[in-house]
Design a protein around this ligand. Structure first.
Ligand code: ADP
Length: 333
């Protein structure tokens, strides 16, 4: 499971569901992607056909699942949700594909984690709305073609680079989601606070926006911790409450959480600032490489603390400064 600053319980998931925007207009930010999707969906509606397959790429919590739901909703189409890890055999995929109704949107989260055998089946399904099902075993096995209802596949992945080319090529459009700007996050938070009936001032919202790693999911989660704090202490959700609540949950002034800091400190102190290979780094912090690569690193790269080089990960001077450390070779050159 992906590491988050605050654990994800059932209540958190229900809370997320309640806050999800339901239309493209309500969806904050990602201007470019919204425009691209709007055009693609409108054209499909005008021609009365199912929209092209869509790949949504970007770090966790930026709105991929939300967009998949909106794509279905905007076209008034049913939505089926599945995920790569749930598709471990071609048969799992065949069961899903063969039960789709015409025009249905099939969302496959973490599509890069689907079984290889299922991938091949998906190629044919995406291209020709057809699959070949193997009947029988051994020498007597035959493949029986099965026509599928036309559908739109919406795939989500944290790293589009992890997808095999033949799969990537079969999507009509790939949307790259970016981290959100602070003013956009303030909008996300303002909307969430209103839905939660939580009175909160602008300074408090701005503070949370600056400490949520550019990620709406984290913004909403931190807002909830601030609400808890205000509730328990019988006080307003003001700037002071934000400071107290976020300090309690180890979210630092620029939004780095415990794992972010551990990764940075490991690069800085154990490996002298790098270069250090991804796998070595992941083992050192006791996390899976994929988590470090797709959850932790994108934000550290984006804020200019880490660079990816062919020889490994390297800390930047900004990172040394932020952690109050001096480069071991400073002064020697
Ligand atoms: P992903 O699938 O990329 O991990 P989600 O779509 O599950 O991310 O989004 C996580 C949460 O963040 C959702 O509950 C949603 O309320 C919120 N969210 C994401 N993107 C936006 C957005 N653009 N505007 C408002 N809320 C958003």
């Amino acid at each position: 499971q992906l590491t988050n600053p605050v654990a994800e319980g059932e209540a958190e998931i229900a809370f997320e569901g309640a806050l999800r925007p339901r239309t493209l207009r309500e969806f904050v930010g990602q201007e470019k992607v919204r425009g691209q999707l709007q055009l693609l969906l409108t054209a499909a509606t005008m021609q009365q056909r199912t929209p092209d397959h869509i790949l949504l790429a970007g770090p966790p919590g930026l709105g991929k699942t939300t967009l998949a739901m909106i794509i279905a909703q905007e076209g008034d189409r049913p939505l089926r949700m599945s995920s790569g890890p749930a598709i471990q055999h071609a048969g799992d995929l065949a069961a899903v594909l063969s039960s789709l109704v015409p025009g249905e949107v099939l969302f496959i989260d973490e599509i890069h984690r689907m079984a290889r055998s299922a991938e091949e089946m998906l190629y044919l399904a995406m291209e020709d709305f057809r699959i070949d099902i193997m009947v029988g075993k051994g020498a007597g096995a035959t493949s029986v073609p099965l026509d599928l209802a036309p559908f739109t596949l919406v795939g989500a992945t944290t790293r589009s680079g992890l997808l095999p080319n033949p799969l990537r090529d079969r999507f009509g459009f790939t949307a790259h989601l970016e981290f959100y700007a602070e003013h956009e996050l303030e909008q996300v938070l303002g909307r969430a606070a209103a839905l939660l009936d939580l009175p909160i001032d602008k300074a408090a919202l701005a503070e949370i926006a600056g400490r949520c790693r550019g990620t709406p999911r984290i913004a909403n989660r931190l807002l909830r911790r601030v609400r808890d704090y205000a509730l328990v202490h019988g006080r307003d959700a003001d700037l002071e409450a934000v400071h107290a609540a976020l300090d309690l949950y180890d979210v630092d002034g620029i939004g780095l959480d415990r794992l972010d800091r551990e990764v940075m400190r490991t690069v800085l102190t154990r490996f002298g600032g790098g270069p250090v290979g991804l796998n070595t780094l992941a083992v050192s912090v006791g996390e899976e490489s994929e988590t470090v690569e797709s959850v932790v690193e994108p934000f550290l790269v984006r804020i200019g603390f880490l660079t990816r080089t062919p020889r490994g990960r390297v800390a930047t001077p900004e990172a040394w400064r932020h952690f109050g450390l001096s480069h071991p070779q400073a002064g020697l050159t």
